[in-house]
Design a protein around this ligand. Structure first.
Ligand code: HSE
Length: 296
């Protein structure tokens, strides 16, 4: 038996919604998984082909094994093939997509023993936070949180449709930025007023998306909890944001932990991509730009 799963990339945070908001985009990783008569082999094509491990340290293989274990099965052999369109270590959810793909593929081969909620929990455990995992699994815009109830820890998530006609312009720098490093730049404590600033903006981003309120969305995608601290890791970040807005974008933010910067626009994206590319170039950063649509 063999399965093939297609999983979207994601942009986490959407500005203020640190570790909480995420949106699926129309760029994909494919995971193929087959049960074989013996041995374990891993193949990687596309993005990350030169760096992703092909042995037991491969995280997708680890999640596959965990799903089999939870289903009480032990495959005699496995062949795992990763076909990646999502650039690695750029803040576009490539690891969440690969992990979700591995978990969903393994679950199918195990007769769909686990629910989507169980897959969400397993993959969030691997990732550390649910904001990329949930939209990679469910599509759309997903609000997620790790909560503790009387039964223990749980990941809660709710999906809302992406704004109709939204376009995302991503400027993907050449260089990699590990999420760990980008999280290492964050302070242990933040001023109370900055926390309040983000609570209000995050709530408003959700309302703006629910109501397709472009005007509101353009005013509230601001952040004080992570972007200011990550600015020094991404040369030209503030200038690229400004260039995108001047070229007509509603807002521009850091995609996940970066280094990709993402601008949002309604339908017509005009010269936004070029403006972002030029602003990065002025700081000596080469980037690729793409126009993506939210993936419903
Ligand atoms: N919310 C996470 C961060 C996304 O900004 O660090 C990265 O996976």
């Amino acid at each position: 038996p063999s399965v093939r799963v297609k999983v979207p990339g994601t942009t986490a945070n959407l500005g203020p919604g640190f570790d909480t908001l995420g949106m699926a985009l129309d760029i994909y990783n494919f995971v193929e998984l087959s049960e074989t008569s013996q041995g374990v082999t891993v193949e990687v094509e596309g993005e990350g082909a030169s760096s992703i491990p092909r042995n037991e340290s491969n995280i997708v293989l680890k999640v596959v094994r965990q799903v089999y274990q939870q289903a009480g099965k032990n495959p005699t052999g496995l062949h795992l093939k990763l076909i990646n369109e999502i650039p690695v270590a750029r803040g576009l959810g490539s690891s969440a997509a690969a992990l979700v793909g591995g978990a969903v593929a393994a679950n199918e081969l195990c007769g769909n023993f686990l629910s989507d909620q169980e897959i969400l929990e397993i993959v969030t455990e691997f990732e550390g936070h649910p904001d990329n995992v949930a939209p990679a699994l469910f599509g759309g815009v997903v609000v997620s949180a790790q909560v503790t109830t009387s039964k223990g820890k749980e990941v809660v998530s709710r999906k809302i449709p992406p704004p109709y006609g939204m376009r995302a312009i991503v400027a993907i720098p050449e260089f990699h930025l590990a999420t760990k490093k980008a999280r290492g730049a964050l302070p242990k404590e933040v001023p109370h007023r900055d926390a309040v600033f983000n609570v209000s903006r995050t709530s408003m981003v959700i309302m703006a998306i629910i109501h397709n309120d472009w005007d509101l969305l353009g005013k509230v995608m601001e952040d004080r909890l992570h972007q200011p601290y990550r600015m020094s890791l991404i040369p030209g970040m503030a200038d690229v944001f400004e260039a995108a807005r001047k070229a007509g974008a509603l807002a521009a933010v850091l995609s996940g932990a970066g280094p990709t910067l993402i601008a949002f626009s309604r339908e017509n994206t005009g010269g936004i991509a070029q403006a972002m590319e030029d602003a990065f170039a002025a700081h000596g950063v080469k980037c690729i730009t793409k126009e993506l649509k939210p993936c419903p």
